[in-house]
Write a protein that binds this ligand. Structure first.
Ligand SMILES: [Zn+2]
Ligand SMILES: [Zn+2]
Length: 348
């Protein structure tokens, strides 16, 4: 009598990811099957992923609608490992990254106007779907960023969030070469903001707390260093004629509020350091000198490619500390401590 044998489906090879099982949980390293890309999706073999302060949204469940378990990470660099159906523009083996902008819907009003950055249904890598804290991930083609040959994976990762955020905010700020531009905070965002501001030809005032960052700020390209602990930064900026733009990178609303009086006529406070505390400002402060306050969030994958190309051209690079994927929890804690110099990057 013949025995009926049912062929078992070949088991997918496992991969390691660092996931968050539920809001507030610690990182756990788990094995999962390597995912298959669907139509208009690619699978990325992740080689590096930067750790961003905004990963706190996934870690703590502070973003609405996250489904758990979730793998964070939106500073992804790697290579295309498999290409889904209906894709002709990306090839297997190509170096790619994914940043905060994880894909737009192409149908909302903003998308129809070409303003993909402000898509009403923006997908965020590591929030809307699993991100780069793992050996493999799947991303929609709308999210893909081509990485130039001269940038390493660990350098490219942080440029896809901290880099594009400061680069894009500054290039859209309206400041011209020679204008006084202040960068508040010398950290993960600020150390890149100072470099970009210098390469854009601004007169750069770096604002830090304490005297210890002065020499580093100047090395990064600041013309002036203002220690906001020992002096009023707003007064110091006014002595130089007032800032055309202040890029506020440190997530400290009190410190941001104190800087508004440092703006010159038509000056703009550009806020990129994310916090939920209110900024204090009086109507009189805004009316006198027609000052404005504007927020800015990252940008499209095309703008990320602009950032990478400009970094390649100008020599702007993130300062990084690398950790292996297995030590994701420790690496995340290092980022949260504020002691990292300056971006923490996981390598696979
Ligand atoms: Zn980020
Ligand atoms: Zn849209």
């Amino acid at each position: 009598m013949a025995t009926l044998r049912v062929a078992a489906k070949p088991a997918l090879a496992p991969m390691k990811v660092a996931q968050i099982a539920k809001p507030g949980a610690d990182f756990e390293i788990v094995e999962r099957g390597i995912p298959e890309p669907g139509p208009r999706e690619v699978r990325i073999k992740v080689l590096a992923c930067g750790i961003c302060h905004s990963d706190v949204f996934t870690k703590e469940g502070a973003w609405p609608g996250i489904q758990y378990p979730r793998v964070p990470g939106h500073e992804v660099a790697g290579i295309v490992d498999a290409v889904g159906a209906d894709i002709s523009e990306w090839q297997r083996g190509q170096r790619v990254g994914v940043g905060w902008h994880g894909g737009q819907d192409n149908t909302c009003r903003e998308c129809r106007r070409g303003d993909f950055r402000n898509c009403r249904n923006l997908k965020i890598c590591g929030i809307s779907y699993d991100g780069g804290y793992g050996q493999y991930m799947v991303a929609p083609v709308e999210a893909l960023v081509a990485i130039p040959e001269t940038l390493s994976d660990a350098e490219a990762g942080p440029l896809l969030c901290a880099g594009i955020t400061t680069y894009n905010a500054l290039r859209h700020s309206g400041a011209f070469p020679g204008d006084l531009v202040a960068v508040q905070g010398i950290g993960g965002l600020g150390h890149l903001g100072i470099q970009f501001a210098n390469k854009f030809g601004y007169k750069v005032a770096a604002i830090g707390r304490g005297s210890e960052d002065a020499s580093l700020a100047k090395k990064l390209g600041a013309n002036v260093y203002i220690d906001s602990r020992s002096t009023s930064a707003a007064e110091a900026l006014q002595k130089m004629g007032g800032a055309q733009v202040i890029l506020a990178t440190a997530p400290d609303s009190k410190a941001m509020s104190a800087l508004i009086d440092g703006l010159g006529p038509n000056g703009k406070l550009v806020v990129v350091g994310a916090t939920v505390d209110p900024i204090a400002v009086t109507p009189a402060q805004l009316i006198n000198g027609s000052r404005t306050i504007q927020g800015w969030a990252a940008g499209t994958p095309a703008a990320s490619e602009d950032t990478l190309r400009f970094a390649e051209l100008s020599g702007v690079r993130p300062m990084i500390e690398t950790y292996p994927l297995e030590r994701a929890g420790e690496a995340y804690a290092r980022m949260m401590s504020g002691q990292a110099q300056f971006r923490v990057v996981l390598t696979m």
